[in-house]
Design a binder for this molecule. Structure first.
Ligand SMILES: [Zn+2]
Length: 199
């Protein structure tokens, strides 16, 4: 298995996940990693659609460890009456519960929108190894857009951060959501958007 092109035989998203679930080793070249990142980002996009279905700003996240999705989350601050219920926090809580560990070492978090300062803080506390996000958030993004909390040397943990994976698709979901909401809801009855929802 070591020498083959992992994407030559994967064929489909489902086959990839089944293969990953079996723990089959794959070759980790740059191209392979980008392909994996896009596949997991598509799962995060599925989560964003779950948020949309509930009238929440569509942001989704998944957490992956050893090639397996161990947790998912989507933005739910309105439904939960909880300003901290961002997709990343939901996924981090689920992953920690599943692992029975407050540290999420060797985990990668995929999220469709650049994390805010709150979520970046949670990512640092959880010791998440790698963060992959889709669209940038010029209003509250804390991975370089407004601030870059992952580049502050005095913070003692530094996740590797990759941005812009399926950025167009991730941003388009948000744009369509807000366009639809403007069409269907008079302004004075709008739900408050999440602060980092690129409203
Ligand atoms: Zn956040």
């Amino acid at each position: 298995m070591q020498d083959e092109d992992p994407f030559a035989t994967i064929g489909s998203h489902e086959q990839f996940l089944a293969r990953a679930a079996r723990g089959v080793e794959v070759v980790e070249g740059e191209g392979a990693r980008r392909g994996h990142d896009e596949l997991y980002m598509r799962l995060a996009l599925d989560q964003a659609h779950n948020a949309w279905a509930l009238g929440e700003v569509p942001v989704g996240a998944v957490i992956v460890k050893d090639g397996q999705v161990i947790a998912t989350g989507f933005n739910q601050p309105i439904g939960h009456a909880d300003p901290t219920a961002h997709a990343e926090i939901q996924a981090i809580r689920a992953a920690a519960e599943r692992l029975g560990n407050y540290r999420l070492n060797d985990c990668t978090l995929y999220v469709t929108l650049e994390p805010c300062a709150m979520c970046a803080g949670a990512i640092l506390h959880a010791r998440i190894t790698r963060v992959v996000f889709g669209a940038t958030d010029p209003k509250t993004g804390a991975c370089g857009s407004v601030v870059d909390l992952f580049a502050v040397p005095r913070l003692n943990h530094h996740a590797r951060v990759v941005g812009g994976v399926l950025a167009g698709e991730c941003a388009a979901v948000l744009s369509r959501f807000f366009a639809e909401r403007r069409r269907t809801k008079p302004r004075h009855t709008e739900h408050p958007a999440r602060s980092d929802g690129a409203a």
